[in-house]
Design a protein around this ligand. Structure first.
Ligand SMILES: [Zn+2]
Ligand SMILES: [Zn+2]
Length: 440
């Protein structure tokens, strides 16, 4: 398997003398299997030089598989300049997460409306197919590809590509689910010691990979003021990859305000941390033109996915929102209604339980701290009854400390979202909870 980086920058392209080494193009990584199957992670501006290279090779009938993590601009802006799509006889299969608003095709067509670009998506001469993905295992271009939702203010999937006895995992864009990575009292550095269910699932997804390509836009100091923006600091990434037994880690999605010296400094610090953790993790900051040839070194451990792969695009879900703060409740209800959910609301734990008794919703969005019966007591009551034992509950809370997070999961919450949160972050987490709860 061969991996080549064509775009390593996050957010916006930043060409110029200060970014000559690590590069100014936005996210795009080429993966070629031994059979010659072409998989492309993201289609930021790096897709333009990649496309030029593919065309220069003079190959007839190019067949490309584009795996989009999500449809923020820095991951799709290169697509209208992906020249193989302008040649009849070529084929382009585009994969991406099932969006909360419209299909993958509709979102890509949006950036190619005539107001923004002179050629409409449906006019492209190549045979283009669109594949909306949820979580599961797929076969793409001869490779086994697993997908898992990431924590980002948009529906975003990470990809794990297994081929040639090698696993490469692409996790861009993503931020930690929790401020605290480790459960108090457990030995840090092991997947089982991870506090938040989401971070643990994230570690399991990359476990034993030969190469992980991960968002590491910030330093830990910067991250403190950029929570909910959907990006990671390098220390989280190094710790989680180390615990997951990853062999090689490429930090990418470099912040547009970071010049080469700054990114090199991140690389030094990340390497020092990896050395200190002592698990043999080889970490570096990805740069444009960087090419890796990955050979199978030991038996590949295929990712075993939990059994869910249901599409939630066509269904209208019923959500119960519970909060004793009227302003917060109104904000949550409005946000969910905009996503076309059927929403009911309650202002106390007792009222919520009565409503659930009368009609079980598909999901409960529940405030932790409420006067009277708090969220924790509501979850415990639900879990004690067979009919609501597995009802998904997304807990919203200002309590980010280890013991509150732990108490939430021990009581049986499905997901634990800390305040302040952004609306797109909340709706993405709601969508992931619903997708996971659906029978296949
Ligand atoms: Zn991005
Ligand atoms: Zn993004």
């Amino acid at each position: 398997m061969r991996v080549r980086f064509w775009g390593t920058r996050g957010s916006i392209a930043t060409p110029g003398p200060g970014t000559n080494h690590f590069g100014g193009n936005t996210s795009c990584v080429e993966l070629t299997t031994a059979n010659g199957d072409l998989l492309i992670f993201d289609c930021g501006t790096g897709a333009h030089p990649l496309a030029a290279e593919l065309m220069a090779q003079g190959k007839k009938n190019i067949s490309a598989n584009i795996l989009l993590g999500h449809t923020h601009w820095d991951h799709i802006q290169g697509f209208p300049f992906f020249s193989p799509a302008f040649v009849k006889g070529n084929s382009v299969a585009i994969y991406g997460p099932e969006g909360s608003r419209g299909s993958l095709h509709d979102m890509l067509a949006g950036q190619m409306e005539y107001s923004y670009f002179p050629v409409a998506l449906d006019q492209l001469p190549a045979a283009i197919s669109y594949h909306d993905l949820t979580e599961g295992i797929y076969s793409i271009g001869g490779a086994r590809v697993a997908t898992q939702f990431l924590n980002h203010p948009a529906m975003t999937v990470g990809y794990r590509v297994e081929a040639d006895g090698v696993a490469t995992v692409y996790l861009v864009d993503h931020e930690p689910f929790s401020d605290e990575l480790w459960r108090a009292g457990d030995e840090p550095g092991h997947i089982e010691s991870i506090l938040h269910e989401g971070d643990r699932r994230h570690a399991q997804f990359m476990a034993d990979a030969d190469l992980v390509i991960h968002d590491a836009q910030y330093t830990p100091e910067e991250y403190a003021s950029k929570k909910t923006w959907g990006h990671s600091a390098y220390d989280y990434v190094v710790q989680i990859a180390s615990a997951a037994g990853v062999r090689r880690l490429a930090l990418t999605h470099h912040d547009p305000s970071h010049n080469d010296d700054f990114v090199a400094d991140i690389e030094r610090k990340a390497r020092t941390l990896a050395l200190k953790l002592g698990r043999g993790l080889d970490v570096f900051c990805a740069y444009e033109g960087c090419e890796l040839v990955l050979e199978a070194s030991s038996a590949l451990k295929p990712f075993v996915a939990p059994a869910f792969q249901a599409s939630v695009a066509e269904r209208r879900f019923h959500i119960l929102a519970v909060d004793d703060q009227p302003d917060t409740l109104t904000m949550i209800v409005r946000a969910l209604e905009q996503e076309q959910y059927i929403v009911s609301q309650a202002t106390s734990g007792r009222a919520a339980l009565q409503m659930i008794d009368a009609h079980i919703p598909d999901l409960v969005v529940l405030d932790y701290k409420m006067s009277g019966m708090d969220g924790l007591a509501v979850v415990k009551t639900l879990r004690a009854k067979p009919e609501t034992q597995s009802l998904p509950v997304l807990m919203l809370t200002g309590m980010t400390d280890e013991s509150s997070t732990r108490a939430g999961f021990e009581a049986g919450v499905t997901d634990y979202v800390t305040k302040p949160f952004s609306i797109p972050q909340l709706t993405a987490r709601v969508r992931a909870c619903l997708a996971r709860a659906q029978p296949t």
